[in-house]
Design a protein around this ligand. Sequence first.
Ligand SMILES: Cc1ncc(COP(=O)(O)O)c(C=O)c1O
Length: 411
Amino acid sequence: MNQYCISRKLFERAARVIPCGIYGHTSPVFTVPGRFPYYAVAARGCRYQDPDGNWYLDFLCGYGAVLLGYGYPQVEEAAARQREKGNCMNHPAPIMVELAEKLLEVTRFGSWVVFAKNGSDVTTWAIAVARLTTGRRKVLKVAGAYHGVGAWCNPTGYGFLPEERSHVHDFRWNDLDSFRKLVEEYHGDVAAVVLCPFHHPSYGRCILPDPGFFPTVRKICRREGIVLVLDDIRAGFRLHRGGSHQWLGIEPDILCLGKALGNGYPISVAIGREELRVAASRVFLTGTYWNNAVAMAAALEMLKILEQEPVVEHVQEVGRRFCQGLRELAWRYGFDLQCSGPPSMPFATFSGDDSFFLQQEFCARVAAQGVFLHPHHNWFMSYAHRDLDIAEAFDKIEIALRQLREGLVKR
Ligand SMILES: Cc1ncc(COP(=O)(O)O)c(C=O)c1O
């Protein structure tokens, strides 16, 4: 029987009533249809189960949203306590104030916080705040960077008008000349520069910032009155417990956080400097569920845990060991596998595999053994990944590598 028999039937039903069956980033087209799990029915720690009863040792962690592990007890208890009191009410709950204060304390640069649900909500809002503050139109971003699904940055652009991104211009990561060129070309009209802490393009190796990149961008932004927005949605809390600007050693003007902030509960925030407060109070920001208190309680607990436990150190260390062990294992079977990016969220590639065919085959075989490694997206380490999990993952990955080598030899 096929490993994904029940899942595929469910997907066939879904395709009749939901566009594409599963759409967006979890669509099967982003892995290899039929060779990866489609749905999840339960999750605990660093593992989840699909409808066919298969369990996976997970290295994607809800696309980064789950930092402590699925169902982390302290976070779940804090969420449950708040749920008892109330979640969606007519007014924000007092915990919103406590969370805002905590966020300012740990991120150490801003003077206000606003709340939303998804990363896209706050990245899109941040550029509106930058435009209102500066009275300028242009937004500069890095080619290939993902900042969500807003009209200004939607990756496909389908359904949007070209005009909606006519004031958005791309420069190249780590290329200060291409950045300076845009600043000069649109001198006096650049409202914002939006950057991630490191470059993680789709289907491409991650690239860390050169030592001078952020300090120079920071300096130019200050000189030119440009708002520097750090999109820390994906990397937040896996590089530094107080936000990735502290890992980079710079202060942004607006910091966008989401994903790991709620350890799976839907919450995103933008944190900003005093100079932007007036615009922040004017650019209308709201959503029916954006004041919900349960996600705020989860986020507050998450931040407290980050203060008490060596979470960031752990994900970095476990990632380092995972990448190194994987590389050695692959090498034993004649494959040159490299991990790029920070070890807490690495992106693996086989050398010479520009088409990603080998990577897809590898990850599909690994999935068949019960380990989930995404073939085209960076992976995420969690606090729940322990030595025994890594050892088990290596045993299973080794089976996949052996099969892969034998398959290639037979061809
Ligand atoms: C860097 C970055 N920015 C923004 C977003 C959008 O976040 P969301 O999917 O929560 O809207 C993502 C999502 O992956 C992201 O990785």
